[in-house]
Design a protein around this ligand. Structure first.
Ligand code: PHE
Length: 451
């Protein structure tokens, strides 16, 4: 690849950028709501196992492939696969579909976050009462024009950042702001944990009832692990292509995974004690966070100010994730089809905007457009997280474990013998060659009811 290709400039910068992709609405919104609807602590246990045995090895493999090829998710497999095996770039094309499906609903949820910034300033969501919190959220999502308006604000915001080439600026801002989000989450945890009846929520999160684990719960946990670490759909591969040659990939991936998990756990600890204390429904679904977080803030001094700050920071975290997903189609269109970045961005935004309409109207006009019992919002999420990304993960494992092979893996992950991490490499190899793909396949087929 050409020397002019953009890349990350420092080891710390790589960590921050990768973390910027991983940490987002997945931690603050999706992790708590899925833990709530899938049984609490038992789901958390399965999710952590899925992260360690499935997501982490895939993440390492994916970053490695990107750095080895220094190319987008399609070109990578053309460069690294043997000439006769023309099948592998399919992974890259599947990534495009995942990126569009994810962004169609993710920008919608980010839109709710943007709306909540304003609502926290006007005070209209400042309440600890479950009924009024539910009504406030319902009013937003069931109003087609309002839901669409906020989603388009997000699309315009992300597009402007990419086209002005100021993504680096956002990264720099994120570097400074994410610690504040972390502190705010800790503050929320303290308030939530000291509410009357908070222990119920702690128990819900940490005392597992293993009878609640079913095949579909396991598939959901695997899907969340993929979604959380931005893997199985080209994002980490594309980011890997910007990694520095001397970066320690397994170490960076492990750090990102641990930091990401801590943010999710903090979000869980901020939310579930309050859920039980105020009498919210833990299995409320996607609305959970938007009802509970305002309630916790409403019960603390200067709550309105902190709440507005929280949603601003959540919006910035979401922006980092959105930019990283958009990078997949934008890098592909500009490198393969020689589109300018501006054209590539506009085309990507147009397609997302189109798919975003049915997703955003899923609580109003398109609520009855169901397939397999899922409205467009849930369907896009289900197909990307529970089908496309796991399949992407299986293919990446098979490619690395059986085609790319151990000698190359050793060379890449040890940075040409510079790093002394032979054991880690062997473990990654055994995982991606045998264990991880088998686990994903069995859980997926069982979870989908096919075996
Ligand atoms: N990991 C991000 C989050 O949790 C979402 C994401 C998914 C980002 C896939 C990139 C790719 O919010």
């Amino acid at each position: 690849m050409s020397a002019s290709r953009d890349g990350f400039t420092s080891t710390f910068g790589v960590l921050v950028a990768t973390l910027g992709s991983a940490v987002g609405l997945g931690n603050i919104w999706k992790f708590p709501y899925m833990t709530g609807t899938n049984g609490g602590a038992s789901f958390l246990v399965v999710y952590v196992l899925a992260t360690l045995l499935v997501a982490l090895p895939v993440m390492i493999a994916e970053i490695m492939l990107g750095r080895a090829s220094r190319a987008n998710a399609v070109t990578t497999f053309e460069v690294l696969a043997p000439k006769k095996q023309r099948f592998w770039p399919v992974i890259g094309y599947m990534s495009l579909i995942s990126a569009v499906l994810i962004l169609a609903f993710y920008t919608g949820v980010a839109g709710w976050v943007f709306a909540y910034i304003f609502k926290s300033i006007t005070g209209s969501i400042h309440s600890t009462d479950p009924a009024s919190a539910k009504a406030a959220f319902g009013a937003l999502v069931s109003n087609p024009l309002e839901a669409l308006f906020w989603q388009w604000v997000v699309l315009a915001w992300a597009g402007t950042i990419i086209m002005m080439g100021v993504s680096k600026g956002i990264e720099a801002a994120a570097k400074k702001l994410m610690p504040i989000l972390f502190l705010l989450l800790i503050l929320l945890c303290i308030r939530s944990l000291t509410l009357p009846g908070a222990m119920e929520g702690v128990k819900f999160l940490f005392a597992p009832d293993f009878s609640k684990i079913t095949a579909s719960v396991m598939l959901t946990a695997v899907g969340l692990a993929f979604f959380k670490l931005s893997i199985g759909m080209g994002t980490m591969l594309t980011y890997g292509s910007y990694f520095r040659t001397e970066q320690n990939i397994p170490l960076t991936a492990t750090r990102v995974m641990l930091a990401d998990l801590s943010v999710s756990l903090l979000a869980g600890l901020a939310i579930f004690p309050a859920v039980f204390s105020f009498g919210f429904e833990p299995a409320a679904g996607p609305s959970l966070v938007f009802m509970t977080i305002p309630a916790v803030f409403a019960s603390m001094p200067f709550g309105q100010f902190f709440m507005a700050l929280f949603f601003v920071l959540a919006a910035i975290a979401a922006t980092g994730a959105i930019l990283s997903i958009m990078e997949v189609p934008v890098a592909m269109l500009s490198e393969r089809f020689k589109f300018s970045r501006k054209k590539a961005t506009l085309l990507t935004l147009g397609v997302i905007g189109l798919f975003g309409i049915p997703a955003s109207l899923s609580s109003s006009l398109t609520a009855s457009w169901t397939l397999f019992g899922l409205n467009p919002f849930d369907l896009f999420d289900y197909i990307s997280s529970n089908i496309l990304m796991p399949i992407g993960g299986i293919l990446i494992c098979l490619f690395v474990g059986w085609v790319y092979g151990l000698p190359q893996l050793q060379k890449q992950l040890s940075n040409d013998g510079q790093l002394n991490n032979g054991l880690v490499i062997k473990a990654v190899f055994i995982l991606v060659r045998y264990i991880t793909p088998t686990l994903i396949l069995v859980i997926m087929l069982k979870g989908l009811g096919l075996i």
